[in-house]
Design a protein around this ligand. Structure first.
Ligand SMILES: [Zn+2]
Length: 489
């Protein structure tokens, strides 16, 4: 079996993916915070990890994957104190019920994931209307459904002496973990810049880098809407604890690959790693894998304020097919910063349509029969995947197969096989009956002229235009519904 290598942020090197003792690759993806719609930048991460999941299956690994959904109100930045995101999202929706907010944006997220043809974390193809009560079976775990494991984990850290309590919160004591900044490579002094304000909020906090494990419903948070009982009083969990708790609870405390965007390295994943060590005294995650951002032409991060952080709905309204979006997001390796603009998306659309039209042209030679996957191309495709998900190479092999002079049936079989990883619905796009919207502009124009000629009784002109349409590759028939065209096979 070909071994898949990925780039480990912790060791700064390419390493083999290592399955657990039962031979299963355990995969944890940091998921969405459901207080607003996700934007195109967020979906780069999910698309990359969808490809990782599919590539592992294609190479013959068994996979157990989960993704968390952060539906506990946590705060507006990586800091522990600040405005509650869920409450902020509620104001936009005109409700102050955080459960309503979470449900609304969870559905929005699932609908985008479905349209982008992502596998559910469980490995199943998604359903367009997933019942939120069944989320766990699909591999999505909501933070609000995992409060118990979080409390258990804090207790374990407390027993081992990594924790202290103030009137306001329970903190992880970073001075107890020597390797605290190893993942980011930052010095602790440099890490303090962003967390200074917290000290003003809680005078009892010992070190500015200590982070909240459990926030009490006290002081600033005495009215916090979501709250649970705990050994430290009524309150709610800090953000970072949910990923450690779920990884340990559902993946048995051994995570082959833990993914997230690079923004998670200095705080969220640094804290997760500290919690894992505090609870189990060991490294839980084998490979920490991070994707670069989708960025604007100028190299900035996409942002609502810059007007370039489009939602999937907005892009579909602009006339893009979700598969154009998917093509763009998966077309390069996850470690390469990817530029996003409408022109770039237009480019992805043209590439996709050019590929499907080449396949259509091959098909017009004859009908498609069962073919054989072309082994040489398939091996090269697998090698590209195994090489740290070298997607530009994988796409190059795809395009080469389509252009090759191999038997048409075998080309189709090979493309269909590659599409188990790419998830671009390439063959269905080729086989689907041509709809009127897909007609070339030239044909549409001549059809309009012909309709006018017939209305004015100019049948000689109508016949001439019929021949012109034939030259463009279509046969026109006059029916009770008006003109109907069929492509000449
Ligand atoms: Zn996380």
């Amino acid at each position: 079996m070909m071994k898949l290598k990925l780039y480990n942020t912790l060791t700064k090197s390419l390493e083999d993916v290592k399955p657990n003792s039962e031979g299963v690759v355990t995969l944890y993806n940091c998921g969405p915070t459901v207080y607003s719609h996700q934007h195109i930048g967020n979906y780069r991460a999910y698309a990359n990890w969808d490809i990782l999941h599919r590539a592992l299956l294609y190479l013959g690994y068994r996979v157990h994957r989960i993704m968390n959904i952060t539906d506990v109100g946590h705060l507006t930045s990586d800091e522990d104190f600040g405005e509650d995101k869920m409450e902020k999202g509620g104001r936009k929706l005109g409700t102050n019920d955080p459960y309503v907010v979470a449900e609304y944006y969870t559905k929005s997220f699932l609908s985008d994931m479905y349209r982008l043809n992502m596998l559910a974390p469980s490995g199943k193809a998604m359903d367009g209307d997933i019942d939120l009560a069944q989320l766990k079976e699909w591999g999505w775990i909501r933070a609000t459904a995992s409060i118990e494991p979080m409390i258990e984990l804090i207790k374990m850290m407390e027993e081992k002496g990594f924790v202290y309590e103030t009137k306001q919160a329970v903190y992880f004591d970073v001075s107890k973990y020597e390797e605290y900044t190893k993942l980011s490579g930052q010095r602790l002094e440099d890490k303090l810049v962003g967390v200074r304000d917290d000290v003003n909020v809680d005078q009892e906090k010992r070190h500015p880098a200590d982070f909240v494990l459990w926030m009490k419903r006290y002081g600033e948070y005495s009215d916090h809407a979501m709250h649970w009982n705990s050994p430290w009083g009524d309150g709610f969990p800090g953000w970072h604890i949910e990923c450690s708790a779920m990884g340990i609870e559902y993946l048995g405390g051994y995570i082959s690959v833990h993914t997230g965007g690079i923004e998670h390295i200095p705080v969220h994943h640094t804290n997760e790693r500290a919690q894992n060590f505090g609870a189990l005294n060991k490294e839980v995650v084998e490979l920490w894998v991070h994707n670069e951002h989708l960025q604007s032409k100028g190299g900035e991060k996409l942002a609502k304020s810059l007007g370039n952080a489009y939602t999937i709905n907005e892009l579909v309204d602009l006339g893009f097919d979700p598969m154009d979006i998917r093509w763009l997001l998966i077309s390069v390796n996850y470690k390469i910063p990817l530029q996003f603009s409408l022109e770039a998306l237009e480019g992805a659309k043209n590439s996709r349509l050019s590929l499907t039209s080449k396949l259509k042209n091959k098909m017009s030679i004859g009908s498609i029969q069962q073919g054989e996957v072309l082994e040489d191309f398939d091996n090269r495709f697998k090698m590209a995947l195994a090489d740290n998900l070298n997607m530009s190479e994988a796409f190059a092999v795809l395009i080469e197969v389509v252009k090759s002079r191999e038997a048409v049936n075998d080309i189709f079989a090979t493309v269909e096989s590659f599409d188990k990883v790419l998830g671009l619905n390439l063959i269905p796009a080729v086989l689907k009956k041509e709809e009127k919207e897909d007609l070339p502009q030239a044909v549409v124009e001549v059809l309009d002229l012909r309709a006018k000629a017939r209305e004015s009784g100019n049948y000689a002109e109508s016949d001439r235009l019929r021949d012109e349409i034939k030259n463009l590759g279509y046969i026109v028939k006059d029916t009770s519904n008006g003109q109907e065209v069929e492509r000449i096979k």
